[in-house]
Design a binder for this molecule. Sequence first.
Ligand SMILES: N[C@@H](CCC(=O)N[C@@H](CS)C(=O)NCC(=O)O)C(=O)O
Ligand SMILES: *[C@@H]1O[C@H](CO)[C@@H](O)[C@H](O)[C@H]1NC(C)=O
Length: 233
Amino acid sequence: MVALDFRVRGRFVSSVVGCIVRMVVKLHGAAFAACPRRVAACLYEKNVEFELVNVDLFAGDHKKPEFLQLHPFGLVPVIQDCDLTFFESRAIIRYYAEKYAGQGTDLLGKSLEDRATIEQWLEVEAHYFNEPAFSLAFQVLYAEKLGQEPDLNVIKSSEEKLTKVLDVYEERLSKSKYLGGEFFSLADLSHLPFAHYLINDSGKGYLFHDRKHVSAWWEDISSRPSWKKVLEL
Ligand SMILES: N[C@@H](CCC(=O)N[C@@H](CS)C(=O)NCC(=O)O)C(=O)O
Ligand SMILES: *[C@@H]1O[C@H](CO)[C@@H](O)[C@H](O)[C@H]1NC(C)=O
């Protein structure tokens, strides 16, 4: 009863004055998984302290009833921050970039126009880059581990799609230092996990290195201390 009462009152108070007992942000995920890495990179850039709560994806812990309470689709990452629980890595990074606008690296720009450009390239990442990058990395890295035959047609069509996307990036990056403008932003950050999978783990580095501006961009963004910390998690 006491605990319940405390919880109910805690929720009431926190809705009025914000979180009272500030606890460390919990990031549910796995250190090797791309989507939690996207969130971790953002939290490091914003100097937000967090704890990684490991979810054993190979054991299927993300499909168990307790976890489905946190994420109805049974995927990682999930964030718990005070009395908030939420999922979808790109929604989470937007939240922290905005919430801590004045802390750590500015990832959203100063003007509405900066923001719109960053949002545009964030959407490009989510809707043009992510699918072929995910499919290609999955086939090369995980299909066999999961007892499936790598699908050569998927590998071929994903590479073709990525080639077109990266040609667009090459053009963009010949005119602008970063995707979202002249400064590192969420648009670049969001690419780190799957680009790393492709370049460092799947032997597909040539897709990036064969393009001068894309290659320089990758060199730059992947050497950020935040990303190095993510890889050490
Ligand atoms: N759009 C979601 C995707 C979440 C997602 O697909 N997570 C992957 C890791 S990158 C996962 O949980 N995979 C486990 C599975 O598919 O069983 C996000 O960005 O958070
Ligand atoms: C990723 O691969 C590149 C070569 O393509 C290498 O220079 C770099 O050190 C690698 N990074 C990590 C973190 O392993």
